[in-house]
Ligand binder design. Structure first.
Ligand code: NAG
Ligand code: NAG
Ligand code: NAG
Ligand code: NAG
Length: 473
């Protein structure tokens, strides 16, 4: 073992030196913005002011980012489901729905949001399978009568032929993830947020659902992005329902302030990224009467649960500079940095120093409040809804009514949920990677820990390579 360990160290050192080159490649992906004709065209095409607010949609159009999965065939409901249309404003939303729901018995309803491929049918089945296996395993928090709904946020270009003349479809690319308005039917003003509000209202009807107690909004990837934004603006649901919002492995979040966890200028800089704080990444251009702080106060009091695959480290998904500024190339690191950020803003006493991201409590405004959110980090899970939600920890996130019963999963070594005094030991500052790759290294000094933390992205990549190399040696 000793010999292969030193071989490993040599291999890792070599890899480490290549990582600066990799960061440069990432830096080359910075997005220039300012094509006025594009904005004008976009505004003319969609009269609603809502359309022009999403920085990702505009950037994708400008860069000609590949549109992705295309499907024009007749949608087919998976067995156990049927395709329904639910009224949203003047139009309707298509959704796969439990075929024979036990409306009078159901205690739980799940609104399962698809990812960027808009494959609600597959997501309905994922949720159905997870529910079925939890129930047959005797997991008492799972309701055997739960109703599952998987909406379809169709793309007007990539899915035409699949939706009816009355059904909503969204503009390209992935505008629904940011809560934008539909562009079909012509003149539609309903947004994806409105569609979720309509589902909440539907399930609030106690005549139709007399025993319903829990309404669970859950999404993964692009659906996870919709979730962490919807939780900020959702209409307050009926008081008889405990509502939770579950965001799985989103690529980005909406930052409430101008702070960002990436300060490594070789990864991304605000100066080279004019849209760094524009909605979906920050509050600029978001159409809202409230201040970011008011939104923060609202959302922290809601039951929001983040789920992150510990191995969701590939540099896939959103690689625009706006997202890179949120913690580098990997979704995992961005989500862990987000957890640090909201804990610092709310001045919780969770010790999050071991999480990645160059943020300090002192540098952030003091928005003290009670943070009701949870973050569950699932070892062995990549960017995959089945792995994340099918794990034993994922099960607690989906089914447990009380946030206090949600498993936390992985944490950096030395992590403690609550501390009486804030600056006690330096062991807790050991980086997340250190904790996972070498759990014996918990005596790392504070300065050592900081340099490990600075190299977070590099080490995170190395961690997955190390596993491969160890097997190969
Ligand atoms: C933000 O709003 C301004 C003013 O309405 C507009 O000129 C600009 O194009 C918008 N930017 C984006 C990225 O939507
Ligand atoms: C609630 O559901 C019942 C039974 O389906 C229906 O008759 C009633 O109109 C609904 N109420 C509202 C406010 O939609
Ligand atoms: C964090 O800040 C340090 C010191 O300014 C810097 O060297 C490092 O690159 C930063 N790390 C990230 C991930 O931005
Ligand atoms: C690859 C990389 O980011 N290496 C950095 C790790 O941290 C040390 C100390 O802060 C830097 O000098 C390296 O450049």
């Amino acid at each position: 073992m000793r010999a292969s360990s030193s071989t490993l160290v040599v291999a890792l050192t070599t890899l480490l030196t290549t990582l600066s080159a990799l960061s440069t490649l990432v830096a080359a992906n910075h997005i220039p913005f300012g094509d006025a004709s594009l904005v004008a065209r976009s505004n003319a095409q969609h009269s609603s002011q809502l359309v022009a607010r999403d920085a990702s949609t505009l950037t994708a159009a400008q860069q000609g980012t590949p549109l992705g999965h295309e499907d024009h065939s007749d949608p087919v409901a998976p067995s156990g489901a049927r395709l329904r249309s639910l009224s949203v404003g003047a139009h309707s939303l298509a959704a796969y729905w439990t075929r024979s729901p036990s409306n009078t018995l159901a205690r739980q309803a799940f609104i399962m949001i698809h990812g960027r491929n808009r494959d609600g049918d597959a997501y309905w089945t994922t949720m159905h399978d997870i529910l079925t296996s939890a129930v047959s395993a005797g997991y008492t928090a799972a309701d055997s009568n739960a109703i599952i709904v998987a909406p379809e946020f169709y793309s007007a270009r990539l899915n035409n032929g699949q939706y009816s003349s009355d059904e909503l479809a969204w503009g390209d690319i992935n505008a629904w993830q940011a809560g934008e308005a539909a562009v079909h039917p012509r003149g539609a003003t309903e947004t994806s947020f409105d569609a979720l509000d309509a589902l909440a209202e539907h399930f609030s009807n106690q005549t139709q659902y007399p025993r319903l107690e829990e309404l669970v909004f859950v999404g993964h990837g692009g659906g996870g992005q919709l979730m962490n934004r919807y939780a900020i603006v959702a209409k307050t649901p009926s008081s008889n329902l405990a509502v939770r919002y579950i965001a799985g492995d989103p690529s980005s979040s909406v930052y409430f302030t101008s702070d960002r966890p990436t300060t490594d200028r070789s990864v991304a800089t605000k100066e080279d990224c004019p849209l760094w704080n524009t909605w979906r990444y920050g509050f600029d251009n978001f159409t809202t009467p409230l201040t970011p702080r008011q939104h923060f106060n609202n959302v922290i009091s809601r039951d929001v649960r983040y789920v992150v695959g510990y191995d969701d480290t590939a540099s896939s998904g959103d690689q625009y500079c706006m997202a890179l500024l949120q913690g580098g190339v990997a979704r995992r690191d961005r989500n862990l940095a987000w957890w640090k950020y909201i804990n610092y803003l709310a001045r919780t006493n969770e010790d999050v120093r071991g999480f990645p991201g160059n943020l300090t409590k002192e540098a952030l405004p003091d928005w003290t409040g009670t943070l009701r959110h949870t973050m569950t980090v699932i070892r062995g899970a990549t960017h995959n809804a089945d792995e994340v939600f099918g794990s034993s920890e994922g099960r607690t996130v989906l089914f447990e009514k009380s946030a206090s019963d949600v498993a936390v999963g992985w944490r950096p070594s030395g992590w403690r949920k609550a501390v009486a005094t804030s600056e006690t030991t330096s062991a807790s500052a050991v980086s997340a990677t250190g904790g996972a790759a070498a759990s014996g290294s918990s005596s790392t000094s504070t300065s050592g820990a900081q340099s490990v933390q600075r190299n977070w992205t590099a080490l995170a990549t190395l961690l997955s390579l190390a596993t491969a190399i160890a097997a190969w040696i």
